[in-house]
Design a binder for this molecule. Structure first.
Ligand code: SAM
Length: 201
């Protein structure tokens, strides 16, 4: 797939899912925080057109929104955002983005595994290290029975591997989902997903 085809694919994805609610992992993490801490900062990796970022802003979080596709951030900024929204759009591959000092939540919905395993592990190390005590990670990782398993540039983890990476964190959600379905772009797919919310003690 060329880069242009990939970008066109993501643009179609944003159009298709535009009105969907925030992801359940983000909502669980936000509910676990309770009242938004003053000045709270979230990093949304692979934010897409802002499905989760808008909810963070609505709840008064400051958001650094990272996506490799300029169109994602253009669409996020074109949304009707709450007044005084504090959002910093960053066009970059998330493997290369530092975790900003003071980040309380790293959210990556259906995005973090979309990089090579070595980069995924390095990113996860940085997330774990960068989060303060009481900080959280929310998002999805992919399992090996997912039908995309042969695609290059994506990381898949066995359940034990995922749990090993999460060791030492408090698991507030670890749900394994396997289902036959259809992608937002209309292709049949077997999903094997881990839905994760983890808190650093
Ligand atoms: C499946 S979409 C998910 C979007 C959004 N988080 C959501 O839950 O709807 C994945 C997003 O990650 C972005 N993405 C994929 N690989 C990336 C990478 N290595 N660095 C930054 N963004 C990436 C894509 O451009 C796309 O917007």
């Amino acid at each position: 797939m060329t880069e242009n085809e990939q970008s066109a694919g993501w643009a179609a994805y944003y159009d298709k899912l535009r009105d969907r609610p925030p992801r359940k992992t983000l909502l669980a993490a936000l509910d676990a925080f309770g009242v938004t801490p003053p000045g709270a900062l979230a990093l949304d990796l692979g934010c897409g057109d802002g499905r989760d970022a808008t909810e963070l802003l609505r709840r008064g979080w400051r958001v650094v929104a990272v996506d490799a596709e300029p169109e994602a951030l253009r669409q996020l900024q074109a949304r009707p955002l709450p007044p005084n929204s504090d959002v910093t759009p960053v066009v970059a591959r998330f493997e290369e983005v530092p975790i900003p000092l003071g980040t309380l939540l790293v959210n990556s919905s259906f995005a973090m595994p979309l990089c090579e395993p070595q980069a995924f592990h390095a990113l996860w190390d940085r997330i774990r290290e960068g989060l303060p005590s009481g900080g959280r990670f929310s998002g999805q990782w992919y399992g090996p029975r997912d039908s995309w398993v042969d695609r290059p540039g994506i990381t898949f983890l066995r359940r034990e591997e995922a749990l090993a990476l999460l060791e030492g964190l408090e698991l507030e959600m670890f749900e394994e989902e396997e289902a036959d379905g259809v992608t937002p772009r209309g292709k049949s797919k077997h999903w094997h997903i881990f839905h994760i919310v983890a808190r650093k003690p």
